[in-house]
Design a protein around this ligand. Structure first.
Ligand SMILES: Cc1cc2nc3c(=O)[nH]c(=O)nc-3n(C[C@H](O)[C@H](O)[C@H](O)COP(=O)(O)OP(=O)(O)OC[C@H]3O[C@@H](n4cnc5c(N)ncnc54)[C@H](O)[C@@H]3O)c2cc1C
Length: 374
């Protein structure tokens, strides 16, 4: 595997979800040899200073331009979003070239290229290549995209067509209506449209590149038209795992970290028992002592005043009883403020309050100094 340390010469976004990157050697040495249709794996240093895992991208440039290579990239996930942080002069590691979805001019004199979305990139390379070499090969391009503005390299392809009379095009912008430009339709590409556009299918080679469903649908169309399997070449933009040791180790460490997390979750879900609500009360000992002490003081005050009242009452009753005994011989003719001879209430000798609350050891000693029993 060959690795190249290239630098970004141009980077721009022709549409919000696309980026075009042109890169080459810093000292303008020629770039590596490749064939139109091949791809490279690229990597770059992210914002954290780490090299990203390598991802595959078709070389959208023509091998005839030896000073730089270019890529047309659809921004989708983390890797491709990260590309937007790169600037002219930043390093781009390039590995390759790879693949055999190649446009070999001598082998395919009559080629039909069918592109869905970003699947245009390998064909863009081939079209430029044919143009640069002034090939007399017949080229027919069917290019389907959602919108004209989202069709990568559309203006460039239109321009190429003005310079290459061997190039025929059919564009389909499926999310637009009322197409007025020549060779533009707004429907999905059917077998009939392919037939109308390419005519006789014999002797032609059909290249298809794009999303999986698009490719499957185009293959079905071609088979319906009598195209043999051997006439069809395909490139699927599926994920190609980065098999370098750095990437493998990174994946292994991610896998280990993930497994450890899962194990920890399982472990804690088994041993964790929620504390019962009652046990959750967590008093501060000093605070509790203060509360207890205050409550204690309050109780003492209540007991004291109650005792005093009862004591006074006892005194009155005893006094009244004694007075009644003393004047037992003297009949009382009329009522007076003196209590009746027989007391209505016979109290206990002395009121004994219930045992008082004893605060915990931490509480301060009560300062009232009141005797509990009187
Ligand atoms: C031969 C070939 C040519 C291609 N040419 C183009 C092209 O010209 N233009 C274009 O836009 N796209 C092209 N693609 C598709 C392109 O590689 C992916 O769409 C792109 O890498 C996904 O980037 P992302 O930011 O969505 O990835 P992320 O969101 O970062 O990753 C997507 C998912 O893929 C996983 N993944 C792991 N390793 C890789 C890896 N090495 N490559 C990709 N995914 C990985 C990630 O873990 C994640 O789950 C091509 C693909 C192939 C196979």
């Amino acid at each position: 595997m060959s690795e190249y340390k290239y630098y970004i010469k141009k980077i721009f976004q022709p549409a919000p979800n696309q980026v075009i990157i042109e890169a080459g050697d810093k000292s303008e040495r020629p770039v590596f040899n490749y064939q139109p249709g091949q791809y490279a794996m690229i990597s770059y240093r992210n914002r954290l200073g780490q090299m990203e895992d390598k991802h595959a991208f078709s070389l959208a440039s023509s091998p005839t331009g030896s000073q730089s290579i270019s890529f047309g990239i659809k921004i989708e996930g983390a890797f491709t979003h990260g590309l937007l942080n790169l600037q002219v002069g930043d390093e781009l590691r390039v590995f390759g070239p790879y693949g055999n979805f190649c446009y070999q001019a001598n082998k395919y004199p009559d080629a039909v290229m069918i592109a869905g979305g970003i699947g245009i990139t390998p064909f863009f390379s081939a079209l430029n290549y044919a143009n640069d070499l002034k090939l007399s090969n017949k080229l027919a391009l069917i290019y389907s995209a959602r919108t004209k503005s989202g069709a990568t390299f559309y203006p460039e392809i239109r321009s190429l067509q003005t310079r290459n009379s061997n190039l025929r095009t059919l564009f389909s912008f499926t999310e637009e209506t009322g197409a007025t430009e020549t060779n533009v339709i707004n429907t999905r590409i059917s077998a009939e449209q392919i037939k109308n556009f390419v005519g006789d299918v014999s002797g032609k080679t059909f290249f298809i590149c794009g999303p999986s469903l698009f490719m499957a649908s185009m293959v079905a169309n071609l088979l319906r038209l009598g195209v043999s399997r051997a006439q069809i070449k395909m490139e699927e933009f599926s994920m190609i795992p980065d098999k370098s040791w750095g990437a493998r180790l990174k994946n292994i460490s991610y896998a280990l970290a993930f497994s450890a997390l899962v194990a920890a979750i399982i472990f804690f879900s088994f041993i964790y028992e929620p504390t019962p609500k009652t046990a959750k009360k967590n008093y501060d000992a000093n605070q509790l002592a203060m509360i207890n002490s205050a409550t204690y003081e309050r109780m003492i005050t209540i007991y004291d005043s109650k005792n005093k009242a009862l004591s006074d009452l006892n005194q009155q009753i005893l006094a009244a009883k004694s007075a009644a005994t003393n004047s037992a011989t003297t009949p009382v003719a009329s009522s007076s403020s003196t209590p009746a001879a027989t007391p209505v209430y016979t109290p206990a000798t002395v009121y004994v309050p219930a045992p008082v609350y004893t605060p915990p050891k931490t509480s301060p000693t009560p300062t009232t100094g009141v005797s509990r029993a009187r």
